[in-house]
Ligand binder design. Structure first.
Ligand code: FE2
Length: 329
């Protein structure tokens, strides 16, 4: 399918380039799972009844071996989207043209429904933190990121879909709320948005913000896709671990988000201690219980603290050569 549909937006005076996301024209894919190596054999042999898959771009752009073979097989049978973790759209480093060329080649070959990454930076001065780091939300950073989004879209010749990150700090320099920042970014560039409902819950808890208010103020008309995932609650803060089932509070937020996005495509992220395919799929299908009904914001959180601090946004699902490669020029 061809997601790169240019659209006239008469209310805008800013040049949003030729690759604005026509959100209404993009498909509603239903419920999808991340394509993870531990499930490759099961997927190829069983052809499970999953509506779509999300592939981590970096796991396949350098590989001509089995991972790429599996992705090609999957892309023949299922809708696929590409989700990146190394674009570093918020960095002050130059855009990495080598990375973008590999991403474009992969996207041109796989023809995903769309290509996404995060509103974050992952490195600077050529170093890769392998983490999704937050940026101050100001007019200055908005224009910085918007300029880079436009250049990425022009390079890829397709719209970019950007995700709200999970965060653990806020910046005293920030002057714009994250939903407003993403709305302005989408208006300025035509990019679509990926609403990670678990990230909303994590970030809002860590910053003492209201997650319901966040979703109610989010530009849901620009949302192409949603994520749900599990996290680790440490009592004073939450770590976005993607290594366990989704908590009921996030599912309740998902109910609200599903209503406000008019049923955007939904993906379960499970990236650490990945269980069997059937268990991941069963967790994903819980989403069906929350597609409708009355939103209930009053549930209390069942906090089960573990005795250790886990890593946020785990990258152990990345293939080794991705871990070793620097992101920037
Ligand atoms: Fe996510």
């Amino acid at each position: 399918m061809a997601p790169a549909v240019a659209r006239e937006r008469s209310t805008l005076t800013i040049d949003i380039g030729s690759f604005a996301a026509d959100v209404a024209a993009l498909p509603r894919l239903g419920l999808g799972l991340g394509l993870r190596g531990t499930h490759f054999d099961h997927i190829l042999t069983e052809r499970p009844d999953v509506e779509w898959f999300e592939a981590i771009s970096e796991n396949f752009m350098d590989s001509g071996g089995r991972p790429r073979y599996v992705l090609d097989q999957v892309a023949e049978q299922y809708p696929v989207v590409l989700h990146g973790v190394s674009l570093s759209i918020g960095s002050t480093d130059p855009l990495n043209r080598e990375y973008l060329a590999k991403l474009k080649a992969l996207a041109d070959a796989v023809t995903p429904a769309w290509v996404s990454d995060h509103l974050c930076w992952t490195g600077v001065l050529g170093a890769n933190s392998h983490d999704l780091l937050p940026i101050p939300l100001t007019e200055k950073t908005l224009h910085h990121v918007a300029e880079r989004v436009r250049r990425v879209q022009d390079f890829l010749e397709r719209p970019l879909i950007l995700e709200n990150p999970s965060t653990y700090v806020t910046f005293i320099e920030s002057t714009i709320d994250e939903p407003d920042f993403l709305r302005a970014l989408s208006d300025e560039t035509g990019c679509g948005l990926l609403l990670d409902v678990n990230n909303v819950y994590v970030s809002c808890f860590n910053a003492d913000l209201d997650p319901v208010g966040y979703i109610e103020s989010f530009p849901c008309d620009r949302v192409v896709q949603m994520h749900v995932a599990g996290h680790e609650h440490q009592g004073t803060h939450i770590i976005d671990t993607h290594d366990r089932p989704v908590v009921p509070e996030v599912w309740e937020l998902y109910r609200l988000a599903w209503q406000r996005t008019d049923g955007a495509s939904t993906l379960l992220e499970w990236d650490g201690h990945i269980p069997s395919f059937e268990e991941c799929h069963a967790e994903l299908l819980k989403a069906r219980r929350y597609m409708g009904g009355q939103f209930n914001a009053g549930r209390s959180h069942d906090v089960t603290k573990s005795g250790h601090e886990s890593l946020s946004t785990p990258v152990d699902f990345l293939v080794p050569n991705v871990m070793e490669s620097a992101v920037s020029e």
